[in-house]
Structure formats: structure tokens, C-alpha cells
Ligand binder design. Structure first.
Ligand SMILES: Cc1cc2nc3c(=O)[nH]c(=O)nc-3n(C[C@H](O)[C@H](O)[C@H](O)COP(=O)(O)OP(=O)(O)OC[C@H]3O[C@@H](n4cnc5c(N)ncnc54)[C@H](O)[C@@H]3O)c2cc1C
Length: 457
């Protein structure tokens, strides 16, 4: 295997998403030579970051909000370590100052969660804008980009990471390094690994965007091979409900509380209105995945027009299936007509009186039906009847590497592995429910921490 390094003793960064570019720029700013490898070509590199709107769970640019740490830790039932997000909050002002110094600009925007009134912060131009801000800085600082270059294995000497083996058009090569920073995303792009880790039919999961397919988990695996400790919930992932017909990425259907969800048998299977969309979209997507064929149908009617902001919750590029009667709708969706008519009839009978208010949990629910619907229960009986197919999209996996506050990868005893750092999706911290708006932010904060530390390793 040939040795290949145009700069002596560089920091090698694996992955050119937000975590990798933040790391590369920060290490180069400290004066270290940096080589950044990415399996994709220059137009495709950037993984999930290229495709995200990159909402930040922040009240304002330097303001995480009072209950930020409690809230995000609460999403995991207490299993996500609080120190991780405390460190993030501590590092937030300097990191936001830094990224703005490189040209990124932020604004507060309402999201596709139309019945939660908390706006989130977003960089103008989303994740791609963050990459576009950092890439030229990296180039100017002399970071050497190697595209079509896939990291495969770590090299060690006396327990210290000394380089990485990569494969690319020139075959296999060794990159010697003073430190290696893994920033190569999760394993959401590897069906076999997903099949081993997740409890369900992974062939029914839809990649949320093309970036998913580049993240096949080598970065995580190579660290585990040398004794790194696992973090995060390995049998779970960030899920979103999408329209499987759509060709556009992130074809979200975030309006499911304003109608009913039925499976292929024409049966309801979940309380569609048990909370705001923000609180329930991920568990709804997972419940859809558990249905036969991993698909469900959101069915509503003309009264959907009362939901003034409905278009904001519908990112699918496809129109709804429309019909005048339940029989016609069943035929169009290829559902059993009798069963669907029974389901809709029973649901309509169960709808209790009350004031409908799409903006907030309105308590207008059902009575005497299983599963119940706790809010936003209106009958489904006014033509045109409308339906969107819904499937479960995978955004990223929760399982990854454990790191310390200095972004150092730790071993089974909790000791830092010398010369090895990690940031972004490849570090495992999430459990149960993803606290939206934290993934890009943490990739940037801890990518920068890793880059600064690795430069002086
Ligand atoms: C449509 C969509 C919407 C999202 N919305 C939000 C949101 O609003 N807010 C939020 O915080 N998060 C959101 N996310 C999640 C977030 O975008 C990602 O989790 C985050 O950007 C991941 O950053 P990363 O740097 O860890 O990985 P990535 O950005 O995925 O980058 C990983 C890079 O590593 C490269 N790579 C992988 N394996 C190797 C290898 N073996 N060798 C070399 N290179 C390799 C890949 O090619 C890629 O360039 C969204 C994601 C998507 C796709």
C-alpha cells in the first residue's frame, strides 16, 4: 500500500459535512496542515448537511433558551448525557461568532410544525450555505481536499492513532496523521448495517434526501475496531413522515393531525391528534413504518381548508389523491372499500362536539373509539375527500461513538484514545426521540472543538 501525504504530519478529517468542514477550518486556523477526505465528488460531498434546511433549536443567535438542556435531555428520557449539551451551550457564543465571521447569516423562521408556535433559527440558504461559507475559507487556509476518497481503517501504534487507510481511484493508500477526526455521518446509507441494528423491515425506509446514501458507517466501524465505546441508541434513528410518491427530497407530510391515518387494511392504528406535530411526528413516522408494507394513508376532507397554514406542513411535491366518495377513494388508493367505509363511519360517529382550532391542541377529540383521537377531531365526510400516502423516512441513525467534552473518542474504560476525535452524526447521543434542530448545531460546535484540539495533538 502506498504512502500518500503532500503535507507532513497533517490532521486528517474524514467527511466534508458541517462537522468535517468545521473541524478542518478550525484545525487550519490553528496553523495545522489539514487533509480532508470525502468519498463523494466535489459536487456531491457534504452528506446530509447539503440537503438540510438546518433549523437550529435556538431562541436567537446566542440564545439557546432557558430550558434548552433539560428539554433535549428530556427527549431521551434522561439517557442523553446532560454534559454534552451543557458543553454545547458553553461553546455556543464563540461558535456562532465564528461561523458568522465566515459569512453565515441567521434568521428566525416559522417551521413546518404548523401547530407549534416556536420559530427556529435558520442560516440563510440552509446547510448548503454553511458549507459554502466554510469551503472557501478551508481552501484559502490550504486544506487539501481529496474527493472520491473513502476512509476504511485506522492505523495505530502503541495505542495511538497514527493515520488512516483510504481507498479511491488510485487504489488503497495510507495517510499518516498527527490526529484523525471522524466526521463521516451515521450508517443510514448502509442497508445491511441498518438491517442488523433496527427492529423492522428496513427496505421500507425511504432516504430523506440523496445525502443519506453516502453515510455508510465506516467511520464508526473503524473506531469500534480499535476499541472505541458505543454511544446513543443503536436500534433507533431519526424518522420523518413523507409522501412515498414524491421525487423531491424531504417530501414531508406534517399535517396528519387534521384527518385520520389508516393502514393498507383500511384501519386506524394511532391517535393522530395526541400532541402537536413537533411532539408526535417522529413516533407517527415509526408507527407508519410498523404497518403492513410500511405505508399508511392520511385521509381528510374539504374541511382541511380550515387549516390556513396547511401548505407550510406539506413539503411533498405531489397533489393529494382526491375523490367524491369513500368507495372512489378506496379504489384510488387500492384499499378495501368496505373496511375503509366502516373505519371512517365509526370514526365520524365518535367525533365529539367542541371548538376546532388548528393552531393549538384544542381538546376537540373523539369518544368511545380505539384508538382515540385527542385533538383536532373533525368528521371526514365532505367532498372532496383527500388523501396522501405516508411512509417513514430515515434521516440519520442514533447509534455512534462516544466522545468526551473535548470531542475525543473514548474507549470502553472511558479513556480518550490518543489521536482520535469525532463530531457530528457519527457520535451517538440520541435516544428515543430526536430533539429537532440540534444535529447541524452540534456538528458545528463539536467539529470546531475537535479541529482546535487535533491541531495541537
Ligand atoms: C432533508 C434533511 C433535513 C434535515 N433537517 C435538519 C434540521 O432542520 N436541523 C438539524 O439540525 N438537522 C437536520 N437534519 C440533519 C442534519 O442535516 C445532519 O444530521 C447533519 O448535517 C450531519 O452533519 P455531519 O457533518 O455529521 O454529516 P454529513 O453532513 O452527512 O457529512 C458526512 C460526510 O462524510 C462523507 N463520508 C461518509 N463516509 C465516508 C468515508 N468512509 N470516507 C470519506 N468520507 C465519507 C459523506 O460523503 C459526507 O460528505 C436534516 C437532514 C436532512 C437530510
Amino acid at each position: 500500500m502506498s504512502e500518500s501525504a503532500s503535507s507532513p504530519n497533517p490532521v486528517v478529517v474524514i467527511g466534508a459535512g458541517i462537522a468535517g468542514l468545521s473541524a478542518a477550518v478550525s484545525a487550519a486556523e490553528q496553523g495545522a496542515p489539514v487533509v480532508l477526505v470525502d468519498r463523494a465528488g466535489p459536487l456531491e460531498a457534504g452528506g446530509n448537511t447539503r440537503w438540510t434546511s438546518a433549523y437550529f433549536r435556538l431562541d436567537d443567535v446566542y440564545e439557546p433558551g432557558e430550558s434548552f438542556v433539560d428539554e433535549v435531555v428530556g427527549f431521551s428520557g434522561g439517557r442523553t448525557p446532560a454534559w454534552y449539551f451543557e458543553e454545547l451551550v458553553e461553546r455556543l457564543p464563540e461558535t456562532m461568532e465564528w461561523i458568522q465571521g465566515h459569512g453565515a447569516r441567521f434568521r428566525r423562521l416559522p417551521t413546518y410544525f404548523i401547530n407549534s408556535n416556536r420559530p427556529r433559527l435558520q442560516p440563510h440558504g440552509g446547510g448548503e450555505a454553511l458549507l459554502s461559507a466554510l469551503r472557501p475559507v478551508a481552501e484559502k487556509l490550504g486544506v487539501e481536499f481529496r474527493y472520491h476518497c473513502t476512509a476504511q481503517r485506522l492505523m495505530t501504534e502503541d495505542g495511538r492513532v497514527t493515520g488512516v487507510e483510504v481507498s479511491g481511484p488510485e487504489g488503497e493508500q495510507v495517510l499518516r496523521a498527527r490526529a484523525v477526526i471522524i466526521a463521516s455521518g451515521g450508517f443510514e446509507g448502509d442497508q445491511a448495517a441498518l438491517g442488523e441494528a433496527l427492529p423492522g423491515d428496513v427496505t421500507n425506509l425511504i432516504p430523506i434526501a440523496p445525502g443519506v446514501t453516502f453515510n455508510k458507517g465506516e467511520g464508526i466501524r473503524m473506531a469500534l475496531e480499535i476499541g472505541a465505546r458505543r454511544g446513543g441508541q443503536w436500534d433507533s434513528f431519526h424518522a420523518e413522515p413523507v409522501d412515498p410518491r414524491a421525487e423531491n427530497p424531504e417530501a414531508l407530510v406534517m399535517v396528519f393531525p387534521y384527518g385520520i391515518l389508516v393502514n393498507k387494511h383500511g384501519e386506524r392504528f394511532i391517535d393522530e391528534g395526541r400532541g402537536t406535530v413537533d411532539e408526535t411526528y417522529e413516533s407517527t413516522a415509526r408507527a407508519v413504518w410498523a404497518q403492513p408494507g410500511g405505508v399508511a394513508y392520511f385521509i381528510t376532507d374539504r374541511k382541511f381548508e380550515r387549516v390556513a397554514d396547511r401548505e407550510r406542513g406539506l413539503l411533498t411535491g405531489r397533489k393529494p389523491v382526491s375523490a367524491d366518495t369513500i368507495e372512489e377513494l378506496a379504489a384510488a388508493l387500492e384499499l378495501p372499500a368496505d373496511r375503509l367505509a366502516e373505519t371512517v363511519g365509526a370514526y365520524n360517529k365518535s367525533v365529539a362536539d367542541g371548538e376546532f382550532d388548528w393552531r393549538r391542541p384544542d381538546g376537540k377529540g373523539t369518544e368511545g373509539i380505539e384508538p382515540p383521537k385527542s385533538n383536532w377531531a373533525l368528521t371526514v365526510d365532505e367532498a372532496p375527500l383527500l388523501a396522501y400516502p405516508v411512509a417513514c423516512a430515515i434521516v440519520f441513525t442514533f447509534g455512534g461513538l462516544e466522545t468526551d467534552a473535548g470531542a475525543r473518542v473514548v474507549d470502553e474504560d472511558g479513556a480518550a484514545i490518543p489521536g482520535l476525535y469525532a463530531a457530528g452524526e457519527c457520535t451517538g447521543i440520541y435516544h428515543d426521540k430526536y430533539p429537532g434542530g440540534t444535529s447541524v448545531l452540534r456538528g458545528m460546535v463539536f467539529g470546531r472543538v475537535a479541529g482546535q484540539a487535533a491541531a495541537t495533538a
